[in-house]
Design a protein around this ligand. Structure first.
Ligand code: FAD
Ligand code: MLT
Ligand code: ZN
Length: 510
């Protein structure tokens, strides 16, 4: 609650620019859900699909808490009502009614988003896709999977195993996040280096538009050049243009062999030469190149993520890189990986101290568990200010160091305020996760970090959001990565699709 209030009132003043940031203002003109609305919804949905604190036979407020609070417990809504439709038709009828009544809607998937986009700013209706979890079809010749938006990413992966395919997307939140949420955030994750972004792998979408119209673009075609590619607008729209109800996605053939190795580096400066050499030697079998600094590795170990490496393997390490290969022939891939490791270790000035190679599926998973567990480790350690940025690769360390210095100068770098400033992320994609781990969310820390971090990113011509999106967290900072003309056209598109502003109000656009 505290943070929403604080965000709503924040006013930045800079020499050349001044603006007010008020997500709540974006909700003016919208109505809240009433008992009359509930009576209408009960004609569309069974009572088990309606959670509301409004009626006499009300849902206990505690049952709505998981829907009103985000994964980090940083953003808090006050919605009275959660609806859980099972079909696209039901979504359409709900949205149509909300549009006529001017009720704000927050589409919600697995609620694992990290920018406050999946919870209400105030008391908007929450439309949960959790009950839409059917796989509609899979073609094992083309690899095209068509699924309801509410399918959990892990369940899609599990389904594809017996069909010898994989989802071209993987992330630490796979056990909870939904494919519709992934599409709506244009999630990047751990496989982007190999399979590219969802803008390429999503072939079609079914979307309920803000007036309730069902836009069926659920094509299963690899090639389709018939005019504007409307589906692209919904990929990364964070629920502001419509509700994604179905997704057609190109699954990739499952690799015949996968290996991974955790490399310990004596200094950050070695990361880029290492990336270059790894790409050169592994070429087509390289499938991930993930970076973590020493501090965040230590946090993962402290909070029980994966299995700690041997003390001898981490001694003198400044940072780590997890390299994964995915290929067609085990012996061939192992030979390539081993010769890479040998050449790295035997160089006159070795780029790495050690390399811990997984030799069993259990070790393979344990190494990945360290990397995938960083988000959880950070949030167990304290309250995380998460900045998800694209900057030139050689600036990764500078960003972390300058942020630390900024906090030190402000007298905030100590255990009662900011405990750690850490960096990790998808080096192969130029995406750094800068995390400031604090004892509590406070206005002082936020003021020290913003607009400092955004200005720093802009000075490198980077992006303030490489993959997590804008949500409610960065609406005021959009201008650091988008020109006034781009923002103006984004607003025009929003107004065209959603003239009443009911879809995820207060999110994405300033
Ligand atoms: P939610 O959190 O429920 O929603 C996210 C946004 O999408 C909201 O704005 C919501 O309104 C909208 N939305 C959700 N479903 C729909 C729908 N059906 N139609 C329209 N709008 C919808 N992100 C990455 O990019 N890469 C990572 O590697 C990564 N790792 C993560 C690891 C952890 C442990 C966690 C907690 C998060 C991680 N994330 C990562 C954040 C990421 O954005 C989400 O995990 C995921 O993509 C969101 O899916 P979700 O179903 O939870 O969506
Ligand atoms: C990751 O790469 O681990 C995710 O994007 C989540 C995070 O930034 O913590
Ligand atoms: Zn990430």
């Amino acid at each position: 609650m505290f943070l929403s209030r604080q965000l709503a009132r924040r006013v930045y003043s800079r020499s050349h620019r001044r603006w007010a940031h008020s997500p709540v203002a974006a909700l003016s003109g919208l109505n809240t859900v009433t008992e009359e609305d509930l009576a209408h919804f009960s004609k569309i949905l069974p009572s088990s699909a309606i959670l509301s604190t409004l009626t006499p036979s009300a849902t206990p407020p505690a049952e709505l808490e998981p829907f009103n609070n985000d994964w980090m417990n940083k953003y808090h809504g006050r919605s009275t009502t959660v609806l859980k439709p099972r079909t696209t038709q039901e979504v359409s009828e709900i949205v149509k009614w909300c549009n006529q009544r001017r009720i704000g809607i927050v589409p919600q998937g697995g609620n694992t988003g990290l920018v406050g986009g999946s919870v209400p700013v105030r008391d908007e209706l929450i439309l949960s896709l959790a009950n839409m979890s059917k796989i509609r079809s899979f073609d094992d010749v083309s690899g095209i999977l068509v699924a309801d938006a509410g399918c959990i990413l892990q369940s899609l992966s599990d389904f594809l195993v017996s069909h010898h395919h994989i989802v071209p997307l993987d992330l630490g939140a796979k056990g909870s996040c939904q494919i519709g949420g992934n599409v709506s955030t244009n999630a990047g994750g751990l496989r982007l280096l190999r399979y590219g972004s969802l803008h390429g792998t999503v072939l079609g979408l079914e979307v309920v538009l803000p007036d309730g119209t069902i836009l069926d673009q659920l094509t299963s075609l690899r090639k389709d050049n018939t005019g504007y590619d409307l589906k692209q607008l919904f990929i990364g729209a964070e629920g502001t243009l419509g509700v994604v109800t179905g997704v057609s996605i190109l699954a990739a053939p499952a690799p015949q062999a996968s290996n991974n190795v955790m490399l310990a580096l004596p200094k950050f400066e070695n990361v880029l030469p290492l990336f270059k050499e790894t790409k050169r030697q592994l070429s087509e079998i390289l499938s991930a190149f993930e970076f973590m600094d020493r501090t965040v590795y230590d946090l993962a170990v402290k909070h029980g993520q994966g299995r700690a490496l041997d003390p001898a393997d981490v001694e003198g390490a400044d940072c780590f890189v997890l390299v994964e290969t995915s290929g067609g022939k085990r012996e061939h891939d192992e030979e390539k990986l081993n010769s890479l490791l040998e050449s790295l270790m035997e160089a006159d000035e070795p780029l790495i101290n050690t390399g811990v190679l997984a030799t069993s599926p259990a070790q393979f998973s344990a190494l990945w568990a360290i990397r995938e567990g960083l988000t959880e480790a950070v949030s167990k350690e304290g309250k995380a200010y998460k900045y998800d940025i694209s900057v030139p690769l050689h600036k990764f360390k500078e960003v972390v160091d300058r942020t630390k210095e900024q906090l030190r100068q402000k007298g905030l770098l100590h255990d009662d305020a900011v405990k750690h400033v850490v960096g990790y992320g998808h080096v192969g994609d130029g995406n750094l996760h800068l995390n400031v781990v604090a004892a509590a969310y406070t206005p002082e820390i936020e003021a020290a970090l913003e607009p400092f971090v955004y200005e720093l990113v802009a000075s490198y011509k980077g992006s303030i959001s490489a993959e997590h999106g804008i949500g409610v967290m960065k609406t005021h900072a959009l201008q650091y990565s988008k020109s006034p003309t781009s923002i103006e056209w984004m607003k025009k598109i929003k107004a065209l699709f959603d003239p009443n502003g009911i879809m995820n109000p207060g999110k994405v656009l300033p």
